[in-house]
Design a protein around this ligand. Structure first.
Ligand code: PLP
Length: 402
């Protein structure tokens, strides 16, 4: 029993939660209390190997010393000022991101959905200023861009959209990975395209090799902005710092959140100068780019570089995929292994993902599912080959017991 949980059992906490929280999450029956590296412990002292990583957030694993120290140092100095003042970590973080990307300017916020909201508002303003009022945005079927009203309007899953209609209008969906369908959907009112380079929440579907180049060319020909949502794929997750470099293209706007500060809430929309049309008063956030979040992000980004974690994610991700492919050859329940780097989906031949997740957890591995037939593995970028071996062994035992 861990003392800081007041001696209460997991069942007690779960019952207390059910009385006071809006029931928006289907949670696993794990009350997490402590983490270290790729391990998590629950209130009853059970250890888990964490291949969920805070939903692709905990890039340095749990409780990394550099993050704890940076947050403590900054918290003791200056936490929040509002954006009516200049603050040093915000400028330094924007400089770091601009230096390491093809973008010129940053707008900071607090989450992935907010980053996409900023990108969509930027595109609309640009449409008014430069494209005669064009405002429509093309998004892809199977997309996921967040849960605010506008980002849900750009999200495909009807279960996330329909209960909240009417939504902001002006979003058109086309099949992902089909350049002809996108070209057909463009009208004079279209201002932008928003895509994930690898559709993650929608089932783990990477764009094929020439798709993003085709979209880039279409955007250039029709004078549209290309917004890439790298909230999940950014920060080394796919084996390059930004996923889009693997497709050899540059978007006009890129959004990031999740791994940017290794678990501290932050989001950012980065844009090229030609579409950085926001002026004073156009967009704002009380907490966006606060010193604490930016100091956390700076520490995390510097540690990623110091430890060469992007290359590490590429190498361990390759190893993980090879081991899963080996398993697929012996295990008929696995249909396909998809993804890049440490963003990996395992599609099953039967709709048993929930049962498999339960089995993994009982054997000490936490992961999640994107559909009744697709498992997702998104461990911290620091994950070792030995931890990957452990996870694959647990998966093998679990599938064998199905
Ligand atoms: N965009 C993508 C591609 C995501 O995967 C997510 C979250 O999973 C979001 C946006 C929304 O991010 P947040 O939950 O931080 O608002």
């Amino acid at each position: 029993m861990t003392p800081s949980a007041n001696g209460e059992t997991a069942a007690n906490w779960i019952e207390r939660e059910s009385r006071v929280l809006m029931q928006t999450y289907k949670r696993y029956p794990v009350v997490a209390i402590r983490g270290q590296g790729c391990r998590l412990w629950d209130v009853e002292g059970r250890a888990y190997l964490d291949f969920l990583g805070g939903l692709a957030v905990d890039v340095l694993g749990h409780a990394p010393r550099v993050l704890a120290e940076a947050v403590a140092r900054q918290a003791a100095q200056l936490v929040q000022t509002s954006n009516l003042l200049f603050t040093v970590p915000q400028v330094e973080l924007a400089e770091l991101l601009v230096e390491r990307s093809p973008f010129d300017r940053a707008f900071f916020c607090n989450s992935g959905a907010e980053a996409n909201e900023a990108a969509l508002k930027l595109a609309r303003k640009w449409g008014k200023a430069k494209r005669g009022g064009a405002y429509r945005v093309i998004a892809a079927e199977n997309s996921f861009h967040g849960r605010t009203l506008a980002t849900v309007a750009a999200t495909w899953n009807p279960a996330y959209r329909v209960p909240f209609e009417p939504l902001p209008e002006g979003f058109d969906f086309v099949p992902f990975d089909n350049i002809d369908a996108m070209a057909d959907a463009v009208t004079d009112e279209t201002v932008a395209v928003i895509l994930e380079p690898i559709q993650a929440e929608g089932g783990l579907y990477p764009a094929s090799d020439d798709y993003l180049a085709g979209v880039r060319q279409l955007c250039d020909e029709r004078n549209l902005l290309l917004i890439l949502d790298e909230v999940q794929t950014g920060i080394g997750r796919t084996g390059t710092l930004w996923a889009h470099t693997q497709w050899g293209i540059e978007p006009d706007i890129m959004t990031l959140a999740k791994g940017l500060a290794g678990g501290f809430p932050i989001g950012v929309a980065l844009s090229k100068e030609r579409c950085s049309v926001f002026g004073p008063g156009d967009h704002a956030s009380t907490f966006g780019g606060n010193p604490l979040a930016c100091a956390a992000a700076l520490a995390v980004q510097r540690e990623i570089e110091r430890l060469h974690l992007v290359d590490h994610a590429a190498a361990v991700g390759r190893y993980f995929t090879e081991r899963l492919e080996d398993l697929r050859a012996r295990q008929p329940l696995i249909r396909e292994v998809r993804g890049r780097g440490l963003l990996i989906g395992v599609e099953l031949t039967e709709e048993v993902a929930r049962d498999v997740l339960d089995g993994l957890r009982e054997r000490g591995l936490i992961a999640n599912a994107l559909s009744p037939w697709t498992l997702r593995f998104i461990p911290p970028l620091i994950v070792s080959q030995e931890e990957v071996d452990e996870a694959v062994d647990i998966l093998e035992a679990t599938l064998a017991a199905q």
